[in-house]
Design a protein. Structure first.
Length: 437
């Protein structure tokens, strides 16, 4: 019989788990250029994982001068022998996923060993896409969604009426679910013919993706146990997070590092590094507060020079100065230990650059923390620090120390304000275009 006391038995014994996972998180409102860094970092990873969002994301990559936009599959797929995973927190549009896999198969070798789709992920149906559009059209205050059915799919997931991928690939379950949804459609007076063709494609795509479906989370935990190097690819950004973003002007998933763990069912001890990606300025698509937005010629200049049009919807992005209040908040929420600053080339050549270091509210005074309430944030004016600009011609590759002193001062100020080191600086769209510390 054991002689251990209750207190001894309750002793907390840490389980040895290997920290093999790096997480890449958008530190602004999405479109920070995560795809480029995932593609670069994927060289050193064996498994690359999406953990939230769906085909509302658009990761633009330039490989050998060729532009490639991926919406659902992690961009690491473009490198040979890497495994790309769509994990449990993701929502999947099977029709679009089929198209994406077929498109990729013309460029790289694809097989079910290389793409793992979680049976736990939820499915975006033609009905979800339809409802997203209708809600936006009828809303007094639209969110400016991508109209890809993301919100309605997550809503059904949480309401426990959604369809999981494991159910999608079971013909009987799928057809039962489709029948229920389509009768709901008729009850609401939506003519089936409106989306009839979409349902047929949906049914076919379900069969197509079945070969890739597995218990992706179990496989991932096995990879962790074996010490495999894993990269988690965030989509959207921290300020679009359902809990920590500018609610209600957010997406419907957890875009943060904590959200990644919850979605994938992996332990916090497995995380080796959290990398925040930000642009050297800020952009936002859709509605919602944006204190440093520039509705002037500088804003237009950033949009034009930075090609700021949505990769998914083609919508013009709103542009503004770097917001260090929001960026520090994102660093803290995610526990970022590194910051990669993208698109420095776009603000190079301006006579001066500004950083918001606080907000001023007419009634509530000065804020140095990111407000909870989106309406208050909307009423805030940025308090700027102005720094000297630098020459447009910055080195494309090499070291951050090779930048003009004013550009280095800009980066140092961001590090001071956010308390996170800037390890890399993006200088162009290509895989090789960056400076390191
Ligand atoms: P949804 O994710 O389509 O529901 O859209 C909700 C909000 O998130 C809208 O403001 C969208 O513009 C924004 N959003 C969704 N995906 C992205 C993205 O990949 N980049 C930037 N914004 C996004």
């Amino acid at each position: 019989m054991s002689t251990a006391s209750n207190a001894e038995m309750l002793e907390l014994r840490p389980r040895a788990l290997q920290p093999t996972i790096s997480v890449v998180i958008g530190a602004q409102w999405g479109d920070e250029g995560k795809g480029k860094w995932i593609d670069i970092l994927a060289e050193h990873a064996e498994v690359i994982v999406r953990f939230q969002g769906g085909n509302n994301a658009g990761h633009t990559l330039y490989v050998d001068g060729q532009k490639k936009v991926l919406h659902q599959i992690p961009s690491g797929i473009l490198r040979p022998n890497k495994i790309a995973v769509l994990g449990a927190g993701v929502v999947i549009n099977p029709v679009e996923l089929k198209k994406e896999i077929e498109g990729l198969a013309t460029m790289v070798s694809i097989d079910p060993q290389r793409i793992w789709i979680s049976g736990r992920a939820h499915v975006i149906s033609p009905w979800h896409v339809y409802i997203d559009g209708i809600k936006e059209d009828l809303a007094a205050q639209p969110i400016g969604t991508t109209r890809r059915g993301i919100g309605p799919t997550y809503a059904d997931k949480v309401s426990r009426t959604g369809l999981r991928v494991e159910q999608l690939i079971d013909e009987e379950t799928r057809h039962r679910w489709m029948k229920n949804v389509r009768s709901e459609q008729s009850d609401l007076g939506v003519k089936n013919s409106d989306i009839e063709a979409e349902w047929a494609k949906f049914d076919q795509a379900a069969e197509y993706i079945a070969a890739y479906v597995c218990d992706a989370e179990q496989r991932l935990r096995e990879c962790v146990a074996q010490g495999a190097s894993i990269l988690l690819e965030g989509a959207q950004g921290t300020l679009l997070d359902i809990n920590h973003g500018t609610y209600p002007f957010v997406t419907s998933s957890s875009t943060t590092s904590g959200g990644a763990l919850a979605s994938l069912g992996i332990a916090p001890q497995c995380i080796r590094s959290v990398i925040g990606i930000a642009k050297a300025y800020v952009t936002r698509v859709g509605e919602g507060p944006f204190p440093t937005e520039l509705r002037d010629s500088t804003g237009e200049f950033l949009a034009r020079k930075g090609h700021e049009f949505g990769a998914t919807t083609g919508r013009p992005r709103r542009c503004g100065w770097l917001d260090a209040v929001a960026l520090r908040y994102a660093m803290e929420v995610n526990g970022c230990d590194q910051l990669y600053l993208n698109k420095l080339d776009i603000i190079s050549g301006l006579p001066e650059v500004k950083i918001a270091v606080a907000y001023e509210h007419s009634r509530l005074g000065r804020w140095t923390d990111f407000p909870v309430n989106a309406a208050i944030l909307h009423e805030c004016q940025p308090v700027y620090e102005t720094l000297s600009g630098w020459d447009a011609a910055i080195p494309l590759r090499g070291k951050i120390s090779q930048l003009p002193p004013q550009a280095q001062a800009y980066i140092r100020r961001i590090e001071e304000l956010c308390q996170v080191p800037v390890e890399y600086v993006g200088t162009g769209p290509g895989r090789e275009d960056f400076l390191s510390k």
